[in-house]
Design a protein around this ligand. Sequence first.
Ligand SMILES: O=P(O)(O)O[C@H]1O[C@H](CO)[C@@H](O)[C@H]1O
Ligand SMILES: O=c1cc[nH]c(=O)[nH]1
Length: 263
Amino acid sequence: MSKRFIQADFPLYEGTKVPHLRISEGDTASCVLLPGDPGRVDLIGQLFDEYSIISSNREFKVGTGAYKGNPVSVCSTGIGGPSTEIAVLELLRLKAKCLLRIGGTGAIQEGIECGDMIINTGSVRLGGSTGHYARPEFPAVANHYVVQALIEACEELGCRYHLGIGATTSSFYHGQGRTVGPYNYSSDIIDEMKSLGVLNLEMESETLLTIASVMGAYAGTLLVVHANRITNQWLVDYEEAQMKLCQVALHAVTKLIARGVVQ
Ligand SMILES: O=P(O)(O)O[C@H]1O[C@H](CO)[C@@H](O)[C@H]1O
Ligand SMILES: O=c1cc[nH]c(=O)[nH]1
């Protein structure tokens, strides 16, 4: 049996394809939307003028096309820090300049309703994956141009939105204070974060914001509220909310391109 090898530090398939996303430089736009769920990569395509899925490998699905004449790509990250690190690093390797997470989240303040939008200006780094990139005191902060474009996009499209700090965890159940059994190891996470004024819990923003920041790229996070953990409500009919999320994100991207922040 023959054994073939390529270099292991950053292996490239067929000479040019990054190993997990399986795409090459030039396949994607410089602005990429990042949902966790691969299903959202298909869903958002309805809003584009032209759109095609160009790869699908593990949790990573990539679509690319044009929205109102602007080149935009979409790449799912999967759930959590480790797979998000892979997607972000491979996109940056392909010369992406602006990465915008479009995801779902659980709100932890009473006044935030399911279906509302949240723009996180920064994330509490509870997830763990970015400890490989920066010491714990390093802040995970969104780029201010991206935050401004998201605010304007929410206002122009008439969406209720909340602006502030979120927290990223590496666990959906116990790490977000859900009851999983007879013991409660970390059940005070909601009270602790709520008392600090943190708006919401989710699982990827910390990774995106920290890595983009240290690598010199622009990043931001737009989330739609899937659940409110204080009122104990989980939105079942979620597709309409996700479509709104995608519309707002694409509207923000057109602003960033028109302003020359990204091409
Ligand atoms: O809606 P997405 O982007 O998948 O994000 C949220 O949903 C997942 C948990 O259900 C986690 O990935 C969380 O961050
Ligand atoms: O409660 C929630 C809802 C969506 N995503 C999360 O990570 N948590």
